[in-house]
Unconditional design. Structure first.
Length: 150
């Protein structure tokens, strides 16, 4: 099995991560360059991605709680793909998150005290989707049962 086949089932999550990142980048850059045209679309995109990212984080957490009965799942492995995702997947998800952070900080610092500040919330989208991918498809250590607990 190639490494590509290993993570292909979660491809939709990877695509959504980059789709959200692209839409955010376009609207945030537009709001920084031409606020009169893009401030409301930028605000709307930021809030939608924040809300969707929050929902993805909660979903990932609930899936991880269920899986934690059989596997040892840490926060780093769940939300940052540390040791739980193939290298290609980790690079895709964390690069998307890094782009979101850079765009958010850059545009918010260019247009201080405007709707661009809401872009700081967008990296929750990247964290949520990383968590969701890892909760659904990540590889975690199998939990060892304690012989005294039954």
């Amino acid at each position: 099995m190639s490494s590509r086949e290993q993570w292909a089932p979660g491809q939709a999550i990877l695509n959504w991560s980059w789709f959200g990142t692209a839409v955010f980048t376009v609207t945030a850059a537009g709001a920084a360059i031409r606020p009169s045209w893009f401030q409301w679309p930028s605000l709307l995109v930021s809030l939608v991605l924040f809300a969707a990212g929050t929902a993805a984080m909660v979903w990932a957490f609930l899936l991880a709680v269920e899986r934690s009965r059989r596997h040892v799942i840490g926060i780093g492995g769940l939300y940052f793909a540390a040791g739980s995702a193939p290298t290609e997947v980790r690079k895709i998800l964390l690069t998307s998150l890094a782009v979101q952070i850079v765009v958010a900080l850059t545009t918010a610092s260019i247009r201080i005290y405007t709707s661009s500040a809401f872009g700081i919330l967008v990296p929750v989208w990247g964290l949520g989707l990383t968590g969701l991918w890892c909760a659904r498809f990540g590889e975690f250590e199998v939990r060892q049962t304690d012989p005294q607990s039954g």
